[in-house]
Design a protein around this ligand. Structure first.
Ligand code: BGP
Length: 470
């Protein structure tokens, strides 16, 4: 019996992580501090003056020393691609040096050696919420135009060192989160009363210019490289069919889609310029900036976890739980324990929206379910019976198949947190995403042993059958 699948031959199946959430070794081999090393409570908690022992990211899951074992487990599942980030402050410890830290570069050579050994394609995020702390404290993060030059030097160093071994590159993780998470996403210290909007939007502009310049440099230095932008995606539904709610959705959508518009069209769209006018924001945009922005990307990648609703009615504006992008809860959807509303169909909608809007190949580089897993013993083996995660992923991948049948060009899928790692929003380990359980608890105790969950075998079957087993 021939098994049919909507997934094309060569579809890239894999998983995703980020340096600050997996590596640990926060000060080893010359690594400088990043903003994550002083965020012990995650995105909404206060930063600390210095790294503190309660910050689980200082050790992470010790991937810095256990990378070979972890990559072998990814290979056992049959990964064709593995997304990871390079920690900027391993390469330039303070961020404004002129010469890179060789020990930092050598670590990622070792990662690439292991991936090559197993025939796994690397997909590298250049900056994944890991701005060097010195750039935050000395320059105010991305509010300072100088960061464009520092980022350019960093990106050029990576393309020169790894350009022959890495085909897929992402410039910034969730570049559209800066306005909502200035310190984590833009390395911008947040004063009492918040960061003035003029500074936030100027920082957004600097990142977009830096992303475009990195794209141009890749073309010069690593011609085989494919460069993508990476945005946080979230379908937004009107809370009621009223035109006012529909317009509220359009406004919210514009706030998110402008980043992909700039990366694929090479200029700011009219609706964004109107937003700036109405906010009284006068961006410093040079002629060189405008020329730089025309360096558009090869593909668009995005994270997908949930959808939200939106309304024009202030009385209904009960903030959507758990997510940084605002919106309100959708009464028709269930939510995870952290309030993220589960909507597999939303993934098909986003894939169609992005394909129709930008006509660029798409890459799903984050999707997964964070849950409190229970380690149990089955037939003498320690494991987690994570049927809830299998159901979440299966339902979402079925929708990817639907989008492929809609004619959407999807390059691949890297499930988020393919191994348990530290959560970005909560800075905890108990919000687990992995196919692999890691024995480390929120209080820092644990053996760091790895155990295959039930979803490990399930995902191996999905990959082996190229989606036919869904
Ligand atoms: C995205 C980040 C990832 C990851 C993911 C899951 O916003 O790009 O780094 O953390 O969210 O979120 P969390 O870890 O907070 O559950």
């Amino acid at each position: 019996m021939t098994t049919t699948t909507p997934f094309p031959n060569g579809f890239l199946w894999g998983g995703a992580t980020a340096a600050n959430q997996i590596e640990g070794a926060y000060d080893e081999d010359g690594k400088g501090l990043s903003v994550q090393d002083v965020m012990p409570k995650g995105i909404s908690g206060p930063r600390s003056a210095e790294p503190t022992p309660d910050n689980l990211k200082l050790v992470g899951i010790d991937h810095y020393h256990r990378y070979a074992e972890d990559i072998a487990l990814f290979a056992e599942m049959g990964f064709g691609v593995y997304r990871f980030s390079i920690a900027w402050s391993r390469i330039f410890p303070k961020g404004d040096e002129t010469e890179p830290n060789e020990a930092g570069l050598a670590f990622y050579d070792r990662i690439l050696d292991e991936l090559e050994k197993h025939g796994i394609e690397p997909l590298v995020t250049i900056s994944h919420y890991e701005t060097p702390l010195h750039l935050a404290e000395q320059y105010g993060g991305w509010t300072d135009r100088e960061l464009i030059g520092f980022y350019e030097r960093y990106a050029r160093t990576l393309f020169e060192r790894f350009g022959a071994r890495v085909k897929y590159w992402l410039t910034f993780n969730e570049i559209n989160s800066l306005l909502h998470a200035p310190f984590m996403s833009g390395g911008i210290p947040i004063p009492e009363g918040g960061v003035p909007e003029q500074q936030l939007y100027q920082a957004m502009h600097h990142e977009l210019v830096a992303s475009a310049r990195a794209t141009r440099i890749a073309r010069e230095v690593a011609p085989a490289a494919k460069v993508g932008c990476m945005v946080l995606s979230m379908p937004i539904y009107p809370l009621t069919p009223s035109p006012d709610d529909a317009r509220a959705v359009m406004d919210a959508d514009h706030g998110n889609l402008v980043y992909g518009d700039v990366h694929t069209r090479g200029e700011y769209p009219g609706y964004f310029l109107r937003t700036l006018r109405e906010k009284g924001i006068d961006l410093d945009i040079t002629d060189q900036d405008r020329a730089d922005l025309t360096n558009t990307v090869d593909f668009v990648s995005f994270s997908y976890y949930m959808s939200i609703a939106e309304t024009a009615d202030p009385s209904k504006k009960v903030a959507g739980e758990g997510n940084i992008m605002g919106g309100v809860s959708n009464p028709t959807l269930e939510a995870s324990e952290w309030g993220w509303q589960i909507d597999p169909v939303g993934l098909r909608l986003v894939l169609n929206q992005f394909w129709d809007r930008w006509q660029k190949p798409l890459f799903i580089v984050e999707n997964g379910l964070g849950a409190r897993d229970q380690l149990v013993e089955v037939d003498g083996e320690k494991t987690v019976v994570d049927d809830y995660r299998i159901a979440y992923l299966n339902d979402h991948l079925v929708q990817v198949g639907e989008a492929l049948q809609d004619g959407v060009d999807v390059l691949g899928y890297t499930s988020w947190g393919c191994i348990d790692i530290v959560s970005a929003s909560t800075a905890q380990l108990s919000k687990r995403y992995g196919f692999i359980y890691v024995d480390r608890n929120d209080d820092g105790t644990g053996t760091l042993e790895r155990y295959r969950k039930k979803s490990f075998g399930w995902y191996a079957d999905v990959i082996r059958s190229n989606g036919a087993s869904l």
